[in-house]
Design a protein around this ligand. Structure first.
Ligand SMILES: NC(=O)c1ccc[n+]([C@@H]2O[C@H](COP(=O)([O-])OP(=O)(O)OC[C@H]3O[C@@H](n4cnc5c(N)ncnc54)[C@H](O)[C@@H]3O)[C@@H](O)[C@H]2O)c1
Ligand SMILES: [Zn+2]
Ligand SMILES: [Zn+2]
Length: 339
């Protein structure tokens, strides 16, 4: 079978390798769709702290079960599926306390273990989530990034009736905003410095968009939600400006969820966190229930993926897909690879 392997920074090679045989507890998935994520691109340019070459990338994917290990009885041949990419130890404190997604020894398929950039991938059956009848492989591959948003919003508890501000309208910010709406938020305001990203957010039904390179966020926030501003804020960029804005603009006694991954340490006014009695919460990936919620939201017609799918590439053109994303960074949201 063919696989696309990042052998050194900026070099993905297509190689012919032996088709894998599933172990007893695994199924073999014929990969149909792979989503390229920002972290894949960071790793490609050797700018990711936790991913190094050589690696077969691909952690957002969907496909079809073509072989089953003898111990697997929960799935069937022909099932259309997506996969939770988390390999966990099962022994550490988080793993034994219902928080395996923050396992002390977490490895992610496609990041620290070989991923789905190949024709067939063997996966433990417990990581496999079936797609409902009629859900496309495109949407199946988008469950993973949507689940990031679902988990981030779930950190806030019940968001019904809330006014929510999301900072950053990249794929993750957009899907976090859509998840918030889908989970019952009254109204969502999203920010970016890119008119294109804000246009996409509007196409996805987000209520308010603010271009913070042109407009004063504080003013726009109060125009949208009134003097009491947002009931909760989700930071989806990972830079000092946005986390500082979140802390400065948060209403007293509210929650801030930190979704963005910070490449540099931000300097923020922690005094305000104390004085305004804010709660700062992190969020990392998702759990199986978030995948199920994400799939439910898609099925209920509450998520618009189409405006986010910028382009498809054939598997043979894997390296070109990465070059395309770099060349059209400003106008690219999600690129999918088709097999
Ligand atoms: N917590 C998790 O589990 C998790 C999972 C996936 C991704 N992430 C992180 O989430 C973040 C967003 O991911 P993404 O794929 O959408 O990235 P992205 O680069 O596509 O999106 C970031 C967006 O922020 C915008 N931006 C930059 N400066 C801004 C500012 N001052 N104000 C408002 N917007 C600004 C950019 O224009 C861009 O649209 C990244 O840091 C990523 O690493 C976290
Ligand atoms: Zn990703
Ligand atoms: Zn563990």
């Amino acid at each position: 079978m063919k696989q696309a392997r990042l052998i050194e920074p900026e070099k993905i090679v297509l190689e012919d390798v032996e088709k894998p045989v599933p172990e007893k507890s695994q199924v073999l998935i014929k990969v149909k769709r792979i989503g390229v994520c920002g972290s894949d691109i960071h790793a490609y340019y050797d700018q990711h702290p936790y991913i190094s070459c050589p690696i077969v990338q691909g952690h957002e994917f969907s496909g079809e079960i073509v072989e089953m290990g003898e111990d697997v009885d929960t799935l069937s041949l022909g099932d259309r599926v997506t996969v939770l990419p988390q390999l966990v130890c099962g022994q550490c404190y988080p793993c034994t306390h219902n928080s395996y997604h923050i396992c002390n020894d977490l490895k992610v398929i496609g990041c620290q273990a070989d991923g789905a950039a190949r024709e067939y991938i063997p996966v433990d059956s417990r990581l496999v989530v079936k797609l409902p009848e009629g859900m496309s492989f495109d949407f199946g591959a988008m469950v993973e990034p949507l689940a990031v948003g679902v988990h981030a919003v779930a950190r806030l508890g019940d968001v019904s009736g809330m006014n929510i501000m999301v900072l950053g309208a990249g794929t993750i910010g957009n899907l976090t905003a859509q998840a918030a709406k889908g989970l019952g938020a009254r109204s969502v305001l999203i920010t970016d410095i890119s008119g294109y990203r804000l246009e996409k957010a509007r196409d996805c039904g987000i209520d308010f968009g603010v271009d913070v390179s042109q407009e004063i966020l504080e003013t726009k926030l109060e125009e949208a939600f009134g003097h009491d501003r947002a009931d909760a804020i989700l930071e989806c960029v990972g830079v000092e400006d946005t986390i500082a804005d979140a802390i400065a603009l948060a209403r007293k006694g509210t929650d801030i969820v930190i979704v963005g991954v910070f490449a540099e340490k931000p300097a923020v006014d922690i005094g305000l966190v104390q004085d305004k009695e804010l709660r700062l919460m992190g969020t990392l990936m998702y759990k199986e229930e978030d995948y199920r919620t994400a799939i439910g939201l898609i099925q209920a017609g509450k998520i618009r993926f189409d405006p986010l799918i910028s382009k498809h590439f054939r598997f043979e053109d894997y390296p070109q897909a990465y070059k395309y994303i770099e060349a059209y960074r400003d106008k690219t949201m999600k690129v999918l690879i088709d097999l």
